[in-house]
Design a binder for this molecule. Structure first.
Ligand code: UDX
Length: 443
């Protein structure tokens, strides 16, 4: 599916979202320049190396660098002169001083770009922003664009999951464009023609609705996870098994089984900060009670982390002081090296703070974890991490850990005790091999 349109694209911000978007737009046949102010990221991408772990992305990157459709720069003049459609893919992290989203990167990108635009051009935001942001950015653009420049703005939220970024970008389950400009709508229809032809739903909305789609989707997903984790809390108290409960619920297709996986809960660069920013925005809009349930969703999620620490401590007699602990997993989920708001590292560092001697292993996220949590110990294999451990915690469900052989691990640990923070193992199998097995929400 190669596009026939002649549009030339810039992608501002080359993190998980932007680098994937830039490479995939080139893959679809467009000429693309990716821009970032971080020279090391640009050097790495230009050399065909993805500076984070994302399966399949490096091949797409290298193919399109090779065919000349894709290049990277730190120069706004170059991006402004080259492209007629600019995608904003910069980060919107949580502010240090509140729950709200930090829009500094979005505003800086828009300011840098707008002052350099000439003729007619289009800016399409993809970053996750509080509803109402695009309206404010339109005013900034109008104030900064040179006389004669005609800038059209739209918002097209991105729903990609880390670990499935290429697939989710090339074949999203829906495309949403929020705009009141026919120029933007028609440009998006051209850009997305290959996907529209495949039958992927293409929704045109007003701008605030498009901004809301992304945060409400993430709020729903977070709520679903916290719902089943709340059921796990009740199950533990009642002697029920939340895994069987979830299975039974999932047969009702109004409920469905996806995102109904109980365990240590959600982390990452999106769900936690997005629900907090959404609450902060609802407060500003005067509808704070409408989203007060998200406070509970966040609290349930945080309690799972504390509960995991408590279960492990209970297994070794009530104190971590001087005790050897093996932790499997550092990334916020498998198939990613992202450790932003990682439940695994939250648990590992809480145990270390309580005096435990914690050794962590993760197949991809070790380097990032070492930088962020230099106080923990790190191992280069699963067996090394659990050597002499008095308790093992499985905190990110990498396939390597799911498939672990309980007999192999039993040979190196001090005591065969495991806390399965992701409900990833078969308890009967591990217990049959002599392990004391504990999980969240199960007897
Ligand atoms: C999420 C959204 O899924 C995606 O659409 C959006 O664009 C960005 O935010 P991502 O952060 O990559 O994507 O991770 P996701 O796969 O959604 O997982 C989020 C967290 O929820 C992970 O920590 C995962 O371990 C946890 N999770 C997921 C559960 O605890 N239980 C589940 O059943 C599913």
């Amino acid at each position: 599916m190669v596009a026939e349109s002649r549009s030339r694209i810039s992608v501002i911000g080359t993190g998980y979202l932007g680098a994937t978007h830039a490479a995939c737009m080139a893959e679809l046949g467009f000429e693309v320049v990716g821009l970032d102010l971080d020279q090391s990221k640009i050097d790495s991408l230009s050399a065909g190396r993805v500076p984070f772990y994302e399966p399949g992305l490096e091949e797409v990157l290298q193919r399109n660098l090779g065919n000349g459709r894709l290049r990277f720069t730190t120069d706004y003049d170059e991006a402004a002169a080259f492209a007629d459609i600019h995608f904003l893919c910069v980060g919107t992290p949580q502010r240090a001083d509140s729950n709200a989203a930090d829009l500094a990167f979005v505003e800086a990108a828009v300011d840098s770009l707008a002052s350099r635009l000439t003729g007619s051009s289009i800016i399409i935001g993809k970053s996750t922003v509080p509803v109402g942001t695009a309206q404010r950015l339109a005013e900034r653009i109008a104030a900064r664009a040179p006389a004669g420049a005609e800038v059209h703005l739209g918002w097209s939220p991105e729903f990609l999951r880390e670990g499935f970024g290429v697939e989710d970008t090339l074949r999203p389950n829906r495309i949403v464009i929020g705009t009141d400009s026919p120029v933007v709508e028609s440009a998006m229809r051209d850009l997305c023609a290959p996907q529209i032809e495949q039958g992927i739903p293409f929704l045109v909305t007003d701008v605030p609705t498009a901004e809301l789609v992304k945060v409400s989707a993430n709020a729903f997903l977070a709520t679903k996870i916290s719902f089943i984790n709340a059921m796990a809390e009740v199950s533990e108290a009642a002697g029920a098994d939340v895994i069987k409960l979830a299975e039974a619920l999932a047969y009702d297709d109004r409920i469905g089984g996806k995102f109904l996986g109980p365990g240590l809960g959600f982390g990452g660069g999106c769900l936690p900060k997005d629900i907090r920013a959404f609450m902060a925005r609802a407060d500003e809009l005067g509808v704070e009670p409408a989203l007060s349930f998200l406070r509970e969703v966040d609290a349930i999620n945080q309690r799972r982390r504390a509960r995991t620490v408590d279960i492990a401590r209970g297994l070794i007699g009530g104190s971590f002081a001087g005790r050897t602990v093996g932790v499997l997993g550092a990334a916020f989920k498998p198939n990613s090296d992202d450790i932003r708001d990682s439940p695994a590292l939250h648990v590992a560092s809480a145990i270390a703070e309580q005096g435990g001697v914690v050794t962590v292993y993760d197949p991809e996220a070790l380097e990032r974890a070492k930088q962020e949590f230099p106080g923990l110990r790190y191992a280069h294999s699963m067996l090394e991490a659990v050597r002499d451990a008095e308790v093992v915690l499985l905190l990110t469900e990498w396939a390597e850990f799911r498939d672990a052989d309980p007999d192999e691990l039993a040979k190196v640990v001090a005591e065969p005790r495991i806390v399965d923070g992701r409900n990833a193992l078969d308890p009967r199998h591990w217990r049959a091999r002599g392990w004391t097995y504990r999980a969240l929400g199960r007897p």
